[in-house]
Ligand binder design. Structure first.
Ligand code: ZN
Ligand code: ZN
Length: 245
């Protein structure tokens, strides 16, 4: 019988394999290990990638993984004019530098991949959202550290609820400025491997955490109305960050 285990993943991490980030995979592994993160859900910009580069990258992630930190390869696809961004994980072939988003979603699903709608409010990406896309999505980012800062995005929370898909909290890590206690807690069926991590994501066996508490509970009142979370969180954050930075 396999035992289910909970691990912490830092989601949406860019390394030097992205065109706008500089951290080597090994440095990310060491820095997040010190912050007690077990899994890095990598997310490199698709622009500049090719089939060959994707294969080399998957191997580099495996090599950079340690017994303590698993590096899971992933790509953040963007549409031709760089408005809609969709992180994809799983054993999905490279889909092109700027593929059609509808194509990304259907292909990812067909290949048993995981697709997330990132930062819906950046450049009003949500305006391009086709309701047909919802059924292919694993999650919607409700809190992107880089764009939303200290609190979840209230409009993204409302969108998530409207679409009926789970929420994701992401660092969108490019530099040390994005270190922040946001984590995806995954319940794995067995050891920490790329396969168990991807299947936990696919099956929705995850919870979005901020400061070790449920991010969605933090963001919603008992009545379901979204609180003005920013002020509340600033107090919690100042304390928690002392130990985290
Ligand atoms: Zn993005
Ligand atoms: Zn990103």
């Amino acid at each position: 019988m396999t035992q289910s285990r909970r691990v912490r993943a830092a989601a949406h991490i860019h390394s030097e394999w992205s065109d706008d980030a500089a951290w080597p995979l090994e440095k990310l592994v060491e820095s997040f290990r010190r912050r007690r993160v077990d899994v890095l859900l990598m997310c490199e910009h698709s622009r500049g990638f090719s089939n060959a580069k994707w294969s080399r990258y998957v191997e580099a992630c495996a090599r950079a993984s340690t017994p303590e930190v698993l590096v899971v390869p992933g790509l953040e696809y963007n549409d031709a004019d760089n408005v809609v961004h969709v992180p994809v994980w799983g054993e999905v072939p490279f889909l092109g530098e700027t593929p059609e988003i509808a194509e990304v979603l259907t292909r990812a699903e067909a290949e048993q991949g995981i697709a997330v709608f990132a930062h819906p409010w950046r450049r009003d990406a949500w305006r391009r959202f086709d309701p047909q896309w919802a059924k292919h999505l694993t999650a919607v980012e409700v809190w992107n550290r880089k764009y939303d800062g200290w609190a979840p995005n209230r409009r993204a929370l409302a969108l998530r609820e409207e679409l009926g898909v789970p929420g994701f909290v992401s660092l969108d890590f490019h530099t040390a400025r994005q270190f922040f206690p946001l984590a995806m807690e995954l319940t794995l069926d067995g050891a920490t491997t790329r396969q168990t991590v991807e299947s936990a994501l696919r099956e929705g066996h995850f919870e979005a955490l901020a400061f070790s508490r449920s991010a969605l509970r933090l963001a919603s009142g008992a009545t379901g109305t979204v609180l003005a979370a920013a002020e509340l969180l600033r107090g919690v954050a100042a304390k928690a960050l002392r130990g985290f930075r």
